[in-house]
Design a protein around this ligand. Structure first.
Ligand code: ATP
Ligand code: MG
Length: 395
């Protein structure tokens, strides 16, 4: 029996003239992800992407799994393909479904014909298929409101498809369809989530991480690299730039009012990130800030850090509570790594009484005590780039 994977896409259908571009970028992304998994034919037709294995060695489980993590796809299903007539559909139901319905207590059938010339209407198809299932699976009964399994039958242009389940996809828009953003990636819970949220809206994500050797350790950096790698399950590929803040932090510690330490550090981070964004063609910065979460994330503090750069700054977590961000982190697969206990440059030389209602003039006056441009230049010269990919051959 021939089995295929069908992917449904959502919002793209509304894209009018640009729709074809979105569709082909989805297909391209699926082809890239399919390459180490076997030989698949992947194409779109009737608002659906078809993924057809070309031999018995192609890994359908892995293909299904990766398709669920491709932004732009709202539903993924595995189904058996058959001829467009009732005999063939019922024969497929008998051969394909018993194993999938074993032990289940309730089901319903959803039939759909996009080919309106098919002689039976959808409710008639459902009734026939339902009858076969009832006679074939012991103890199962129909529950149209809250079924354990929804069996699907779709009669499309060329073939009919029978499935036992449909799962939701990652949603959003295809990767690389909405420009490129530079994520300020720390080792925390929030910033990986922020990156994935923007990637979901089609943004290609590049990252910058600031370390502070020897105050932060090699293992703290490794943790960030692991996070970037984990994000690749959804973001596919991330160039990670690292920049050392050690001298900047020492200069702040030695010359400035302690209450301003964190804010000053954030000013330097934003300036360096802006420069990095310009060099690597990123059109926006992305941070994991959430309003009021810590002293440096009050409205006043954010206004100050925003005012030192001239590039859009996206903060997709801004209105989320921590527990909501944690739910996302679990979904994106970064949570367990994020909670490993390593230090971040923000946690060295932390002020005892950080300013929560800073005035821009106050911050600027502290900055005057430092050779800002020189420090920025020196720090930027430490930039190093590593690339993380969903698998080594991903291009
Ligand atoms: P996260 O959980 O993302 O670390 P947080 O709640 O710890 O966030 P902060 O430490 O104040 O908050 O950092 C706010 C944002 O600044 C982070 O979400 C991240 O975007 C950026 N940031 C913080 N530290 C670093 C760093 N070492 N390198 C790069 N970006 C950083
Ligand atoms: Mg942090």
């Amino acid at each position: 029996m021939k089995e295929v994977i069908l992917c449904k896409y959502g919002e793209i259908i509304l894209k009018g003239a640009n729709r074809a571009t979105f569709e082909s970028s989805l297909v391209k992304e699926l082809r890239r992800r399919a390459s180490p998994l076997g030989t698949f034919k992947i194409y779109f037709r009737q608002s659906t992407i078809y993924i057809e294995p070309q031999d018995d060695f192609s890994d359908m489980d892995a293909m299904y799994d990766t398709a669920r993590h491709v932004f732009g796809i709202v539903g993924v299903t595995r189904c058996a393909v058959c001829e467009k007539n009732m005999d063939s559909i019922l024969e497929t139901v008998r051969a394909y479904l018993p194993e999938k319905l074993e032990g289940k207590r309730t089901f319903k059938v959803e039939a759909k014909r996009s080919d309106k010339r098919f002689p039976l209407k959808s409710p008639e198809i459902s009734a026939e298929v339902g009858g076969v299932i009832l006679s074939m699976v012991r103890g199962i009964r129909v529950d149209v409101h809250n079924p354990e399994v929804t069996v699907g039958v779709e009669v499309r242009d060329e073939h009919a498809y029978v499935r036992a389940a449909q799962e939701s996809g990652a949603g959003g828009l295809p990767i690389r369809s909405a420009g490129r953003g530079l994520l300020l990636l720390s080792g925390g819970i929030d910033s990986p989530v922020a990156g994935c949220m923007m990637a979901k809206r089609g943004m290609e994500i590049e990252a910058v991480h600031f370390d502070s050797f020897p105050y932060t350790s090699e293992r703290a950096l490794e943790k960030v690299m692991t996070l970037a790698e984990e994000m690749c399950e959804f973001c596919s590929r991330i160039h990670v730039h690292t920049i050392s803040l050690t001298h900047i932090q020492e200069a702040i510690r030695d010359n400035c009012d302690e209450d301003y330490f964190t804010l000053l550090l954030r000013v330097f981070m934003m300036r360096l990130a802006e420069r990095c964004a310009r060099e690597y063609n990123c059109q926006a910065l992305v941070t994991g800030e959430s309003l009021g979460q810590v002293a440096s994330q009050t409205l006043k503090a954010i206004s100050v850090t925003d005012s030192v750069v001239d590039i859009p700054v996206f903060r997709p977590c801004i209105g989320l509570d921590k527990n909501e961000i944690v739910t996302y982190a679990r979904y994106y697969g970064t949570f367990e790594t994020s909670i490993l206990p390593f230090e971040d440059c923000c946690t060295v030389f932390t002020p005892r009484h950080p300013k929560t209602q800073p005035k821009r003039e106050g911050v600027m006056a502290e900055l005057e005590k430092l050779p800002v441009e020189e420090l920025l230049e020196e720090a930027y010269a430490t930039l190093r780039t590593t690339t993380k990919r969903i698998f080594p051959e991903y291009r």
